[in-house]
Design a protein around this ligand. Structure first.
Ligand code: HSE
Length: 402
């Protein structure tokens, strides 16, 4: 029998305990007899079904040779990093849902795992319950992956879906999402795109086998998207999603997280509400799409436990792939070309020459909005677009196309 310890008894941690214990028969059918021996948390949980497993002392777990698998569900970099490091140094394998930690310290933890014949897995850190990392690592191993494009954040997808359906403002929908417990009280990491950015950094690192720095990824959130933007999008047969993407070029990968006007028929648009979708483009298979619940207690816990079962099958043997501590230098996003949708005050007839001088040829988008109009540019480099956009007056925002 393999004994597991769960670090953190919040939403994901309690889900992990539930999945291991309630589905122990399913797990046993895969040849693994696994049960939880410890739950580490600062709090007590009187009346909880598993309250007898709670410890406040990490040393109980480290000292116990029976514990071979540690499921870290604490979130944040510290103390999760120190606990994960110490567990790996003690030869215990670790799995996690903690994208902040994986994006910041993943390469180091993978190296420590290897040095100690252990493993560090993090399926749940990207796409919640969608097994996207294992698919890339185990199923697409004969593929050169050229592009990954995804809706990787459930909270913002829920907000944008509601804004589109109800014509409601961002602030109103955010408050409603917070009241229902879908969005955090401090929603910054989600709505400013930082959460999706870290997930994209993990994906680029996995594909390139080198550590991609999340701070190098240009990241724009959804706080400036308005119901009027959706009017223009609909006029164009498009919708607006927060898209995280990386693309291979002849100079390496570029990566970006931002709102995008995507075609309504884009396969990624299958993801509504809190769902996520990830499209992978590779040289032999071509496009493949992965869809499911990107957040939530049991979907996320299911991915953590899937990793825990793999870890239990490989006790004392390093098997996991990952990336090195060497940096992957991402292509300067200012050199990458996009088409942009731009909203401006006044009329197209009056401003056409000014816009042509700024961006080259543009085409008008008339959504019947009083006192303003939209245009779409031809592909233009991000750097030159931003320079030209900042010089314009009476602008009302821009969104990348596609
Ligand atoms: N806050 C994240 C989301 C949770 O909304 O997608 C899952 O990483």
């Amino acid at each position: 029998m393999v004994k597991a310890a769960v670090l953190g008894y919040g939403t994901v941690g309690s889900g992990v305990v539930q999945v291991i214990e309630e589905n122990s028969d399913v797990i046993a059918a895969h040849g693994v007899d696994m049960h939880v021996k410890y739950i580490l948390d600062l709090r007590d949980f009187p009346g909880d079904k598993y309250e007898s497993l709670v410890t406040h002392d990490f040393e109980d777990i480290i000292k116990d040779d029976e514990v071979k698998v540690v499921c870290e569900a604490m979130g944040g970099v510290e103390p999760a990093f120190t606990f994960s490091k110490r567990a790996l140094e003690a030869g215990k394998s670790v799995c996690t849902s903690n994208k902040e930690l994986v994006a910041a310290k993943g390469a180091e933890l993978m190296r420590i795992a290897k040095e100690n014949n252990a493993n560090y897995l993090f399926e749940a850190s990207v796409g919640g319950g969608i097994p996207i990392l294992r698919t890339i690592n185990d199923a697409l191993t004969a593929e050169r992956i050229e592009c990954v494009k995804g809706i990787l954040n459930g909270t913002t997808n829920y907000i944008l879906t509601k804004m589109e359906r109800e014509g409601a403002d961002f602030d109103v929908v955010l408050k409603e999402a917070q009241d229902k417990g879908y969005a955090e009280r401090n929603p910054e990491a989600d709505v400013e795109g930082h959460d999706a950015c870290r997930k994209m950094a993990i994906l680029v690192s996995l594909i390139s086998h080198r550590r991609a720095d999340w701070e190098q990824i240009r990241t724009e959130g959804i706080t400036k998207v308005t119901p009027v933007d959706f009017k223009y999008a609909h006029k164009l047969g498009r919708t607006i999603k927060l898209i995280a993407m990386c693309q291979k070029t002849d100079k390496g990968f570029y990566a970006i997280v931002s709102p995008r006007m995507i075609d309504k028929d884009d396969p990624i648009n299958c993801a509504q509400d809190v769902f996520n979708a990830v499209l992978v483009r590779s040289d032999m298979l071509d496009d493949s799409l992965y869809y499911g619940r990107g957040a939530g207690k049991l979907p996320t816990a299911s991915a953590v436990v899937g990793d825990a079962v793999e870890l239990a099958k490989h006790v004392g043997e390093h098997f996991s792939a990952g990336w090195s501590e060497e940096a992957e230098n991402l292509v300067d996003i200012d050199s990458v070309e996009f088409s942009y949708f731009v909203r401006l005050g006044g009329s197209f007839a009056d401003r056409r020459d000014e816009l042509t001088a700024s961006f080259g040829e543009v085409s008008e988008v008339n959504a019947g909005v009083e006192g303003e109009f939209g245009v779409i540019t031809k592909p233009v480099s991000e750097g030159s677009f931003r320079t030209a956009y900042e010089k314009l007056t009476d602008t009302k925002g821009y969104i990348r196309i596609g």
